[in-house]
Design a protein around this ligand. Structure first.
Ligand code: PHE
Length: 447
């Protein structure tokens, strides 16, 4: 009996680590992180980001899992139960609701970028992405952005894949496949870094990423780094809370969080070291924005033997990583509709996907027909990103850790974390002061 029990827990822990890593590792690491580094002055951003990950991201990840495991339900119900149990205001349920709204907003533009990745996988394979001349490769991305119909086609395809996986209940299958494909993505990144090392831009890239120019430090950079720490770890959206609710008591939250965080960070840094050598070797602009990955890598593929076959594989793997994140984004909205409305699971997934797809159209039009439309000074694509990463995720994550540290009864926390005396003191200070104050200071400083 005891043996069976242990075995069942072990297999669920593996599945859990896979699902959590699948959600965390995605376009955020490979597409978004490098272009943010480029936009925000290089190493300064990287260092602040690493500090945010360690002192804020990791403890909040632990808190979200802890709340989920305690509450044993979707984020909204979890916050309802836990605030009732600890006799606190029912308004804490807003944490769950904000998370669901956040997932919806993020998936809308995430799917547009997932579409780019699909398009690149396809066009590197078929040769549409000019294989002989560097000029054509460089122009490909700009041309793509100017074609709303094409963008819509690939956005739709990406959304359909996401919907199909969530509705068809084959998430487990995708996650098992990702178990093999993720390491391949890492191998592909290592290959790209190796290629970068042969270019003239490698040293400059390493300096750019790791040797800080402190004059570039300002409130905007710090907020961007903080927001990205949330984005890349899938925090502040109730996703990790939902995952935590399926977690067996024997899983050590802190150790598991450390594994996920290290993997996620190493992949992001690796993506930076894959992209920047090519940027510098070709005299490109590191602050090219959201197109950075897509404009840069094809230039590397041109120079590599068998580069375009490799490129097609790379973008296919990137698409898989994006899909494992996208399903984690569609899940909360789907689950919420399923539990709160008379809709079936299939209908809920459909409505969730349709709504997200529709908002995604506004995001993709920002690159062409609606490029002049910029409420609050940002086009819709960037507005959706800023609203979520810089506002909603930090605030929701803050609420999650404040609730855990200050409102949940200490005995539950002690049981959940199973720390020794020293660890408990450390957790006490980090969760009550360091992480929350960190978020608050960054946040208000930059307003
Ligand atoms: N963490 C994912 C990534 O880095 C994106 C994501 C954000 C997924 C929020 C789920 C929730 O690509």
């Amino acid at each position: 009996m005891a043996k069976n029990h242990t075995h069942a827990q072990w297999s669920s822990r593996t599945a859990f680590v896979l699902a959590a890593t699948g959600s965390a590792v995605g376009l955020g690491n490979i597409w978004k992180f490098p272009y943010m580094v480029g936009d925000s002055g290089g190493a300064v951003f990287v260092l602040v980001y690493l500090v945010c990950i360690a002192l804020i991201g990791l403890p909040i990840l632990v808190s979200e899992w802890l709340l989920g495991r305690r509450g044993q339900s979707n984020p909204v119900n979890t916050m309802q139960t836990l605030s009732r149990e600890s006799k606190k205001s029912p308004d804490w349920v807003l944490v769950g609701i904000a998370g669901i709204l956040g997932s919806f907003l993020i998936l809308s533009f995430y799917s547009v970028v997932g579409g780019w990745s699909l398009n690149y996988a396809w066009s590197t394979l078929t040769g549409d992405l000019g294989q002989s001349s560097g000029v054509a490769v460089g122009d490909y991305f700009d041309t793509l952005l100017k074609q709303p119909g094409t963008l819509l086609f690939w956005h739709t395809l990406f959304m359909l894949l996401t919907f199909g996986i969530v509705a068809g209940g084959v998430k487990g299958g995708l996650e098992r496949a990702a178990k093999w494909l993720m390491p391949l993505l890492i191998v592909a990144l290592i290959g790209l870094i190796g290629f970068g090392a042969t270019t003239s831009g490698f040293k400059e890239a390493a300096t750019f990423m790791f040797s800080p120019d402190w004059s570039k430090l300002n409130g905007g950079v710090v907020l961007a780094a903080l927001g990205h720490a949330f984005f890349t770890l899938s925090l502040g959206m109730g996703i990790m809370m939902a995952y935590g609710s399926y977690l067996g008591q024997d899983v050590n939250l802190i150790k598991t969080a450390r594994t996920v965080v290290i993997l996620d960070t190493v992949i992001a840094l690796g993506a930076g070291m894959a992209i920047f050598p090519v940027v510098f070797a070709n005299n490109l602009d590191p602050s090219a924005g959201p197109g950075l990955l897509f404009v840069t890598l094809p230039l590397a593929f041109i120079d590599m033997p068998g580069g375009f076959a490799f490129g097609a594989i790379f973008f296919a793997l990137l698409t898989v990583a994006a899909l494992t994140s996208a399903i984690s984004l569609l899940e909360p909205v789907t689950e919420f509709l399923e539990e709160r409305t008379p809709l079936s699971r299939l209908a809920s997934a459909f409505v969730a996907a349709l709504a997200t797809w529709t908002l995604g159209i506004a995001a993709l039009l920002a690159f062409n027909l609606w490029s002049g439309f910029a409420p609050f000074g940002l086009d819709i694509f960037n507005l959706l990103d800023a609203l979520t990463s810089k506002l909603m995720l930090p605030l929701t994550g803050l609420a999650a850790i404040v609730f855990t540290a200050w409102f949940l009864d200490g005995e539950s926390v002690k049981q959940e974390l199973g720390l020794g005396p020293k660890g408990r003191v450390l957790w006490h200070y980090v969760s009550r002061y360091v992480a929350p104050i960190g978020v608050i200071v960054v946040f208000f400083n930059s307003l």
